[in-house]
Design a protein around this ligand. Structure first.
Ligand SMILES: [Zn+2]
Length: 211
């Protein structure tokens, strides 16, 4: 049997060994850990900023994680990235309970609808409905020309409907064009807000729905 003295010595040695192990672990600075986190798609929240601007009893998040969501308007599967969340809550001071509910194309469409006033205010809505109606019938030359024109529209949302219409028709030539759009998708991070990216995602969704 061990004496009390022996036991105390063992406990002390054990503690020293543990302290040495902790000491030996690589120190990670806040800056470095920030870089590691962003590689994982995680952003550290600035609790100071959140505390100043968010008047709520809900405790603010310590980190932002990428959140998948389904677009309320078109049903596209989208990711609300940690970076976008940080911007939304800390720069735009969005309410802490607010969440992304629409994809980029539908957000733009909504903004365009809300912004358009005066004569032709509902032009976008009318053109959108027309294009959708074209997709329900076999295409003729005139319909194809309208879709081509819509693909050049200043309204991205109308271009997206044109892509959906092409997918509904599903002619081999149009399917090939949609596949080319998907293939031309810019890498994530590069030109994130470009039309090419929106077009590629819209084309992919439209093609998947056809299958
Ligand atoms: Zn959408």
């Amino acid at each position: 049997m061990k004496s009390n003295k022996q036991r105390r010595a063992e406990i002390k040695a054990h503690r020293l060994a543990r302290a040495a192990r902790v000491e030996a672990q690589p120190r990670v600075s806040n800056r470095q850990s920030g870089v590691c986190l962003s590689v994982l798609g995680i952003e550290r929240a600035d609790l100071d900023v959140l505390g100043r601007y968010n008047n709520t009893c809900v405790p603010p998040p310590e980190f932002y994680f990428a959140r998948p969501f389904t677009c309320r308007d078109c049903g596209a599967e989208e990711i609300w990235t940690a970076k976008q969340q940080k911007w939304w809550y800390e720069v735009a001071h969005g309410h802490i309970d607010s969440r992304a509910v629409r994809c980029l194309a539908c957000r733009r469409a909504r903004r365009e609808r809300l912004r358009s006033v005066g004569p032709g205010a509902n032009l976008l809505g009318e053109q959108t409905n027309r294009l959708r109606a074209l997709g329900r019938a076999r295409p003729n030359e005139k319909a194809v020309a309208e879709v081509e024109a819509a693909l050049q529209s200043k309204w991205w949302s109308l271009r997206v409907v044109a892509i959906q219409t092409m997918a509904r028709w599903g002619d081999a030539e149009q399917v090939e064009r949609l596949k080319a759009m998907v293939a031309a998708r810019p890498a994530d991070g590069r030109r994130y807000w470009s039309w090419e990216r929106v077009a590629a995602d819209a084309a992919m969704c439209a093609l998947i729905r056809r299958e």
